[in-house]
Write a protein that binds this ligand. Structure first.
Ligand code: FRU
Length: 489
């Protein structure tokens, strides 16, 4: 069908709401064969407003079915970000001894007596696979009247002590609470007042452990909001360390800042709860926008998309333990092979090996060896007037995405920019790139570094160029897969 999710800029294989405003992913949980994705949603318009939880389900995190709104604002307040867990043994008493889903979210409203703004934590539960929700009559379940920014609870099951742990953002730090029934919470500890980046208010934390070299380390994700003083806008950092059910201990010096993504457009991301042990993956999705300009991006009937779902793991580097992100293997169901080069070719300036390929929605994988200091890479969404450059400068050891000519830039001063990240490995470089109608996601060297960026090119800009500006570079392999829309089959 034409005109079905086919508006200008509408992503073809990234999750978007059918219409109107979306921000953070919320309450991602796997339950009885379904991946749930809830999200901050304003059903009345294409800008942020009274928050609801929108809802979608998928069996593969790629094809989504839109479902009715799950949670509506009420007398306690708007429904801000939060999480969902499976309560398998009815610790809450909501399920008559059976199992069900529990949502833990922030109610943002006013104190009933003083009328001062406040953020408190509340519960809702579902006995029908997330289709309908009942708010707990004892809401809110957690208040800290002295803390103004107090939100985005992420609840996990801490098996070692068989208790629930909640991590939530409190302005300039995160706080950990524990509970047996999710209805009453005990404060355990605070972390972060003097650690990591404070270039914005702390939001949307997540906490999980991952295996590395036969042990487990804990990862604490913390998003930091937009602050007018920093042109990068909202970003997401993470910490690696240990968690003992009470406190988080950072492996790194307090001033070390680890960015989850080096692009401008991956915010408020957290991971799925209750992914089966046999699967073993830690699955992540982020909001592909930036509070700096999110309300102004030039889309029409809807605003915002999610990143591709990604699988997280840890790796050891010369600088310490670091996160690795890979697109989930399920994306390969979208692949339609376009070209495949499996021999070594020395790149020649002005000879574009991809000149016959036209696509606006594709995956590209390529690996290179740099023989002499080089500047090379790919130009996507290319036409006479437009291009988005995904380049590698081996002398500076920098991968960059230049969106200064990527299309519509006029909606906000901060949008036009070059985004850069340092790449440790500079002799062998592999690029794994996902291009949609209004985004590029670049995974470098098997996901050791990632850069996610919005772009707003014209429909006509569908060229792809493999370019060499300087130096000597061998291409070893290259694959391009065209992607179809997930909304039509
Ligand atoms: C992050 C955030 C959260 C809050 C939500 C409100 O993007 O500001 O801290 O819960 O968005 O929509």
């Amino acid at each position: 069908p034409t005109n079905f999710f086919n508006e200008k800029y509408r992503p073809q294989y990234h999750f978007t709401p059918m219409k109107n405003w979306m921000n953070d992913p919320n309450g991602m949980v796997y339950f009885q064969g379904e991946y749930h994705l809830f999200y901050q949603y304003h059903p009345e318009s294409t800008v942020w407003g009274p928050m609801h939880w929108g809802h979608a389900v998928s069996s593969d995190m790629i094809h989504w079915e839109h479902l009715p709104i799950a949670l509506f604002p009420d007398e306690i307040g708007f429904i801000f970000s939060g999480s969902v867990v499976v309560d398998p043994c009815d610790s809450t008493g909501f399920f008559n001894g059976g199992e069900g889903l529990v949502a833990i979210f922030t109610h943002a409203g006013e104190h009933p007596v003083t009328r001062k703004p406040r953020q408190v934590q509340s519960l809702a539960y579902s006995k029908d696979k997330g289709r309908t929700w009942t708010k707990y009559e004892g809401n809110p379940v957690l208040e800290e009247p002295a803390i103004a920014d107090f939100r985005d609870p992420k609840v996990i099951w801490y098996e070692e002590e068989r208790k629930w742990i909640m991590v939530l953002a409190a302005g300039n730090h995160v706080r950990f609470y524990s509970s047996n029934d999710m209805k009453s919470w005990d404060f355990e500890s605070a972390f972060g007042k003097t650690e990591g980046s404070h270039q914005g208010v702390w939001e949307c934390p997540d906490l999980f452990s991952l295996p590395i070299d036969g042990v487990h380390r804990w990862v604490l994700i913390v998003s930091i909001g937009d602050d007018p003083a920093y042109h990068e806008g909202s970003r997401t950092q993470y910490f690696v360390g240990d968690f003992n059910g009470k406190t988080f201990m950072n492996d790194n010096d307090p001033d070390v800042v680890l960015w989850l993504d080096f692009g401008r457009d991956n915010y408020a991301g957290v991971t799925w709860s209750d992914v089966p042990k046999e699967d073993g993956r830690r699955l992540f999705i982020g909001w592909m926008s930036n509070w700096k300009y999110a309300n102004h991006v030039p889309t029409s009937t809807w605003r915002s998309a999610m990143t591709l779902p990604r699988s997280l793991s840890l790796t050891s580097t010369s600088e310490g333990t670091r996160l690795v992100q890979k697109p989930v293997h399920e994306v390969s169901v979208l692949r339609e092979p376009v070209t495949s080069i499996k021999r070594t070719i020395t790149l020649v300036p002005d000879e574009n090996l991809l000149k016959d390929i036209k696509s606006k929605t594709f995956e590209l994988k390529a690996s290179f060896t740099i023989k002499e200091a080089a500047v090379f890479g790919l130009k996507v969404h290319q036409s006479n007037e437009e291009e988005t450059i995904i380049g590698f400068n081996s002398q500076r050891s920098v991968l960059y995405v230049d969106r200064r000519k990527s299309g519509d830039l006029g909606f906000h001063d901060a949008f036009s920019c070059v985004q850069e990240m340092a790449v440790l490995e500079k002799e062998h470089v592999s690029l794994h790139i996902f291009v949609d109608k209004s985004s590029v996601e670049v995974f470098v060297n098997e996901g050791k570094q990632v850069l996610t960026s919005l772009i707003f090119p014209k429909e006509e800009s569908d060229g792809i160029e493999l370019f060499l500006d300087q130096g000597v570079v061998d291409l070893h392999s290259l694959d391009v897969f065209n992607y179809h829309s997930i909304w039509t089959k």
